[in-house]
Ligand binder design. Structure first.
Ligand SMILES: C[S@@+](CC[C@H](N)C(=O)[O-])C[C@H]1O[C@@H](n2cnc3c(N)ncnc32)[C@H](O)[C@@H]1O
Length: 244
């Protein structure tokens, strides 16, 4: 008996690895973590591919009720906990992993692409990213993303801003809102940034431009992230110019 933490990739049902798919198929219960990110396909596509019912696990179920649900199931039968992107590229899932271990449940991770690696498509070197930060929906008094940006900029590092989302309500913080937040918090409006939408899909939307330009654009593909590049190598500059 084991609890399998299966990363299912970024875009649609077909991004799961072969190993992930084989594992899901042998699990009696299948949970999908449904609050930190979303796929660009309905859950019914996953159910069709797996031949199984998929239970959506909201934050309350994972953080407060896992003892009576996911962990209880995993003590009795093989159980899958599916995560969009990669399982350990969110701050929250180590808690469930550790709780399972404390209960003596075997835990097995299957990895996949994450937004943290997919941003490599911009041409920015992954090794030169600094601390990652998030901009929440309610950001009027939130200053930590600005502090993180300043620290990264001091070291010439790139800053990835993750943008809040609420999959249950189909709500996403958009790039123009994020650009407006940064400008309101005195990041110069001519600061160049990279808009990244629907990474992992065959046609991701990428745009390099000043914050004041991105603020006026409406990007139609989701989920979205924003990057403010640090010190650029000429190869990075060349790649970004293609996105301008
Ligand atoms: C908690 S993080 C994602 C964690 C996920 N486990 C992963 O490995 O990618 C969620 C945020 O990442 C960003 N994100 C996720 N998927 C994305 C995508 N396909 N394209 C652009 N940004 C994405 C969005 O800003 C979203 O709010």
């Amino acid at each position: 008996m084991a609890l399998y933490f299966i990363s299912i990739g970024l875009n649609d049902s077909k991004d799961i690895s072969l190993k992930g798919l084989e594992t899901v198929k042998k699990c009696a219960k299948v949970y999908l973590e449904g609050y930190t990110s979303v796929l660009n396909c309905p859950v019914s596509d996953l159910e069709k591919l797996y031949g199984k019912k998929v239970i959506i696990a909201d934050r309350d179920l994972v953080e407060s009720k896992a003892g009576e649900t996911i962990l209880k199931d995993a003590e009795e039968q093989n159980t899958a906990f599916l995560v969009v992107g990669d399982v350990f590229s969110a701050t929250t899932h180590m808690d469930l992993w550790l709780r399972a271990k404390e209960k003596g449940i075997e835990t097995i991770a299957i990895h996949n692409a994450s937004v943290l690696t997919a941003v490599g498509i911009t041409g920015l070197e992954l090794y030169k990213f600094g601390k990652v930060t998030s901009i929440p929906f309610h950001n009027k008094d939130v200053k930590s993303p600005i502090e993180v940006l300043k620290q990264n900029q001091k070291m010439g590092l790139h800053t990835l801003f993750l943008l809040d989302l609420d999959p249950k309500e189909k709500k996403f913080l958009a790039i123009n809102d994020a650009a407006a937040y940064l400008i309101k918090n005195r990041v110069p409006k001519d600061t160049k940034a990279v808009a990244c939408c629907a990474l992992g899909s065959s046609h991701p939307l990428l745009k390099y431009g000043a914050l004041e330009i991105l603020q006026k654009e409406s990007f139609s593909k989701f989920p979205q992230s924003l990057i403010i590049p640090g010190k650029l190598h000429f190869m990075e500059e060349k790649a970004l110019e293609l996105l301008a």
